[in-house]
Design a protein around this ligand. Structure first.
Ligand code: ZN
Ligand code: ZN
Length: 609
């Protein structure tokens, strides 16, 4: 993997340790430049000598090269670097450091021949003198080198960090060369960079450059069509990289649109958007999953490793009986309930309940319990509305005696000491379980083989548009981790992906964007309100014999639109605003921390003139 000591923010490197006695001292560029205030001109010959004697194969030498060019790029940005010296540095880089020629051997391997960091610095050296062609040529040469190495080793080419190439895009935007930035980005995004939420700032800059560029064009149908297509493309990329836009970027967009004569307004929450946008009157778009993407998710689930025999069996084998059970019930239900003919009637759906999640909802206090009655009440409510209900439960939860999993400090501490609290089923619960069995409502998941989460996830993908999952657990990050766990454990995504192409038993990688869209289509959150009971009157024993009565169960259906930046219609744009850290979405907190869900609506009065 790449060494990353230099980050693009220019954070200081930790000083290298002094050379052990008896070894040749090594060049500490950072110490020389920052500590001893030596000029780069003085350090340069030392660096060259280091490269000559120890070669770039030594990680310490590559590190010195990174550090040296990092300081060069920094000084050139503050215009302290002599022009002739700058040329000398670039020449040395071209002729000595990155002297790879097309079809040359040995292959150039990023991270072994040179680190990626030095390329970012050299690109900045070019840009400081507005030499965008040289910067672009360097990126292209690096891409060719990566492709050549990939072909030789039959692996996927190494992707570049976005921060290596983004200074060029930013530079083009700043200089008002939007079309150049846009076309370069179209090339890079296809194969060469890893998607990351760090793209948000640069993509926002490109959107703004796009708006400015459009203002300078004569207003014709064809210029409007170009603008529409470019904005659609950029907003799509924003959606893939970050979905929501942070406040500082929203402010930048707001200003740029306003300057260009758009009507710019804030919509206070998702609820205001339900039928259509109150500012522009357009209905927001809901994204779908394509059939190919659904297949991809199915494959990703079915090719999970099992806990018992990870080398020989795949999840598919253990999911097969569940699939059979689920689809048989689904088919029977559909035969008995043909789709409504009236448009106003709500379609009947197949709800899959994440059993343990609903049972433990609001139960994380010492007297809490595994409330199968909560699951049952929800099931009855949905059945009364005519829906089909299936429940997934770990097999252990269905036994007459089971282990309680209350998440409080006291209970966790007890578990760490090996003290598990178990309890017997109450008569009330036995009745409930008997009813479930009678109606064939519940599937008992063998959790020693597969996580029970994989079952409801599988169900929701199998049922597609006709299904919903009721759970408060599992932000999209959790599902992402569950589906891509082999990859993250291994750490080498590229290698795994290459393997996945050869062997069909390997799991495909699923993007965060795909999981977010899946979640927006299928996941229903739940709020359970209990009657008010004084806490002191509820002892653990009490809580189990006479559970606190349920007052109300409310389901939060998925939104009728997607919370992503979108081109809703010609000259109508909508941007959802991030006001919470999506990355830290915490299970079971969805309804407790009421998030703000503002939008920015931007539009022009429909072209009536
Ligand atoms: Zn440094
Ligand atoms: Zn609007």
């Amino acid at each position: 993997m790449l060494t990353d000591e230099l980050n693009s923010d220019g954070e200081a490197l930790p000083p290298l340790p002094a050379a052990p006695p008896g070894k040749k001292p090594r060049l500490n560029v950072h110490h020389a430049v920052v500590g001893q205030q030596q000029s780069l001109e003085t350090v340069f010959p030392l660096l060259q000598q280091e490269v000559r004697t120890k070669t770039l194969r030594a990680p310490a030498v590559r590190h010195a090269v990174d550090a040296f060019y990092f300081h060069c790029a920094q000084q050139t940005e503050s215009t302290r670097l002599d022009a002739a010296f700058r040329r000398e540095l670039l020449q040395y880089f071209d002729e000595e450091l990155f002297d790879w020629k097309d079809n040359a051997t040995p292959a150039f391997v990023l991270g072994t021949s040179l680190n990626e960091a030095v390329f970012g610095s050299v690109i900045k050296l070019h840009l400081a003198h507005d030499d965008t062609e040289a910067a672009w040529e360097l990126i292209n040469k690096l891409r060719r080198a990566a492709l050549a190495h990939a072909a030789e080793t039959q692996k996927e080419p190494t992707k570049l960090h976005f921060r290596t190439v983004s200074p060029l895009l930013e530079h083009d935007c700043r200089r008002g060369r939007f079309l150049s930035a846009f076309s370069r980005w179209q090339e890079l995004k296809l194969h060469d960079v890893e998607w990351t939420s760090a793209m948000e700032d640069v993509l926002t800059q490109m959107v703004i450059a796009c708006i400015k560029h459009n203002r300078q064009q004569p207003e014709t149908d064809s210029s409007e069509a170009h603008f529409h297509n470019q904005m659609t493309s950029l907003l799509h990329d924003l959606q893939v990289s970050c979905r929501e836009v942070t406040v500082p970027n929203i402010q930048r967009l707001q200003n740029a649109f306003r300057d260009a004569g758009y009507i710019v307004k804030f919509v206070p929450s998702d609820a205001h958007m339900n039928s259509k946008c109150p500012c522009c009157g357009r209905a927001l778009i809901k994204q779908d999953l394509s059939e190919a993407e659904r297949e991809l998710m199915l494959t990703a689930i079915e090719t999970r490793r099992t806990k018992v025999t990870p080398k020989t069996t795949l999840a598919k084998e253990y999911l097969a009986p569940f699939r059979h059970w689920l689809l048989q019930r689904h088919e029977k239900f559909q035969l008995e309930n043909p789709p409504p003919t009236s448009k106003r009637a709500k379609p009947l759906l197949h709800f899959v309940l994440d059993g343990p999640n609903v049972a433990y909802l609001n139960q994380n206090f010492d007297a809490g319990s595994c409330r199968v009655d909560q699951v049952d009440a929800l099931a009855r409510q949905l059945q009364a509305q005519g829906h089909l209900v299936s429940i997934t439960m770990p097999n252990g939860y269905l036994a007459d005696k089971f282990v309680l999993r209350i998440r409080t400090k006291k209970m966790k501490a007890a578990r760490r000491q090996g003290k598990f609290s178990t309890r017997e089923r109450t008569p009330l619960e036995k009745d409930i379980l008997a009813r479930w069995k009678d109606e064939d409502l519940v599937f008992s998941c063998l959790t020693n083989v597969l996580s029970d989460d994989l079952f409801w996830l599988y169900a929701s993908v199998l049922l597609g548009r006709e299904g919903r999952v009721v759970t408060n657990d599992q932000g999209r990050d959790h599902v992402y981790a569950m589906l891509n766990s082999d990859a993250s454990a291994n750490g080498n995504v590229t290698e795994l992906k290459a393997k996945a192409n050869d062997r069909e038993t390997e799991s495909p990688l699923i993007s965060m964007d795909l999981i977010a869209r899946w979640k927006e289509l299928t996941t229903v959150n739940i709020v359970i309100k209990h009657e008010e009971v004084t806490q002191s009157s509820v002892t653990a024993a009490d809580g189990m014999m006479t559970p606190i009565p349920i007052e109300e169960i409310r389901l939060l259906e998925p939104l009728p639109f997607s919370r992503v930046p979108q081109v809703t219609a010609l000259q109508h744009f909508h941007f959802p605003i991030t006001e919470h850290a999506l990355q830290h979405e915490h299970p079971n907190q969805i309804h407790t921390q009421r998030q703000r869900t503002r939008w920015l609506c931007v539009h022009r009065k429909s072209s009536t003139k």
